[in-house]
Design a protein around this ligand. Structure first.
Ligand code: NAD
Length: 417
């Protein structure tokens, strides 16, 4: 089997190049859009509970600012690297342009094992990281949000640290905040709800009802667990789920509410009653109608793509499918809803949160969900139509749409100086 390049930033550039070629982008514009505008690497010295000092490495990358401030999450994971953050930042640029919200792309991360740190250690590390990146973030400059192993509490600490530094309360500096601190109704579920809207549209294209469809979900956190719950509410049968410790399978269907309770109690979905234990590799190959990768990058690769038995792959995670695997899935007739569209519900409601913060006027949850549905359906159909017109897959179509929009903004702004 050919050796596959799994460097996420090189993968993101390949995806960009494919679309740039299709829309006939000139060489100069290609170079401008291919590379990140700013990359910040910081040392984050943190006092640990045992009195020692540990120095973590943190990153914040702003990939593109042509259409507005940078926007993108912050990830805490032991394997975070600069290339991963660069890839995630560029995916944010294309994601914001795909759903047509006025942002560029950014991303941040700290290489740490959040699961092994106490709450006090996490707070100290987060506050120091926030103050280190405060020189480039801000409501008009770059607006972080949660990603893997960060949540609304992390955002509250960043908001507070930034506000203390500036001397006033800045609600709009991060999104995904707690409700009592200017968070938006519906933000916690937004990524999964956006994924649900995409799955509904994909099923409609394939003339297959969501009700009764079988679903497998890899990753049981914000994106994955809530996707499982919403799909279950839509009448789908969730047959398999997994997290970092492994997965469980039950052909009759698993009850997400009971799974949540089990995970809450034991720390994992593994060991859930009357379900068969499976590995994360096996989950990808489970026979189902809809596969939702909702964990890390590079989960569907040349090694396992030909064994994917789903009709639809809905990428709640960022970068779960390699370009080689994309080709195999296309040849096998699998309908892939690409990450830049499928998980864009999160950043879309982050945009609503930011807009509410800037206006000081808050919407109720039904208004948020209604607007989210409008944005997601519009984007899905724009991408799908473009794909049909140019006879390309959904990922290439989404990139063509997004790269075209960012290139147009860059062109009308002109080249400074
Ligand atoms: P999270 O921290 O809430 O949950 C992550 C889940 O993945 C956990 O259940 C964890 O156990 C599991 N996991 C970790 N390593 C795994 C592995 N090797 N195999 C299987 N499962 C593993 O994170 P999240 O916010 O749900 O993010 C998940 C994915 O969704 C990421 O790719 C992220 O970039 C993407 N995403 C998240 C948002 C958001 O708003 N949270 C928005 C867009 C995209």
């Amino acid at each position: 089997m050919a050796q596959e390049n799994l460097n996420p930033f090189e993968i993101s550039q390949r995806q960009f190049d494919t679309a740039a070629e299709k829309i006939g982008l000139g060489d100069g514009m290609r170079e401008v859009l291919r590379n990140p505008k700013r990359q910040l690497i910081v040392s984050v010295p943190t006092l640990m509970d045992d009195g020692s000092v540990k120095v973590f490495t943190g990153y914040r990358v702003q990939h593109n600012l042509a259409r507005g401030p940078a926007k993108g999450g912050i990830r805490y994971h032991p394997k975070v690297t600069l290339d991963e953050v660069k890839a995630l930042a560029s995916w944010m640029t294309w994601k914001c342009a795909t759903v047509n919200i006025p942002y560029g792309g950014g991303k941040g991360g700290v290489a740490c094992d959040a699961k092994k740190m106490s709450r006090a250690e996490l707070e100290r590390m987060t506050r120091r990281y926030a103050s280190e990146i405060a020189i480039i973030i801000g409501p008009d400059r770059d607006i972080p949000a949660p990603d893997m192993y960060t949540d609304d509490q992390t955002m509250a600490w960043i908001m507070d640290t930034y506000s203390m530094t500036m001397g006033y309360s800045s609600l709009g500096v991060v999104t995904g905040k707690p409700l009592q601190l200017g968070g938006s109704a519906g933000r916690n579920e937004a990524t999964a709800r956006g994924t649900l809207f995409c799955i509904r549209e994909a099923c409609a294209v394939l003339k297959k009802p969501v009700r009764g469809a079988t679903v497998a979900v890899q990753g049981y956190g914000n994106a994955g667990a809530i996707s499982a719950r919403l799909l279950h509410q839509d009448g789908a049968r969730v047959v398999a789920v997994s997290d970092s410790k492994g997965g469980v399978y039950q052909s009759r269907g698993l009850d997400p509410a009971q799974l949540d309770e089990h995970k809450q109690r034991t720390g994992s979905v593994v060991g859930f009653k009357s379900a068969e234990r499976i590995t994360n590799e096996e989950l990808i190959e489970v026979k189902c109608d809809v596969l939702v990768p909702a964990a890390l990058e590079n989960q569907i690769t040349l090694r396992n793509a030909s064994r994917v038995r789903a009709r639809v792959v809905a990428e709640a995670a960022n970068g779960p499918t390699t370009p080689g695997a994309d080709r195999v899935l296309r040849d096998h007739g699998v309908f892939v809803v690409p990450d830049v569209l499928c998980n864009a519900g999160g950043v879309t409601v982050s945009y609503f949160e930011w807009a509410q913060n800037m206006q000081g006027y808050f919407w109720d949850e039904s208004a948020v969900n209604r607007e989210l549905e409008r944005f997601m359906k519009r984007a899905f159909h724009e991408v799908h139509e473009l794909g049909k017109r140019h006879k390309v897959d959904m990922r290439t179509a989404a990139y063509m749409l997004a790269v075209g929009r960012v290139a147009e903004a860059t062109r009308v702004r002109g080249l400074f100086p």
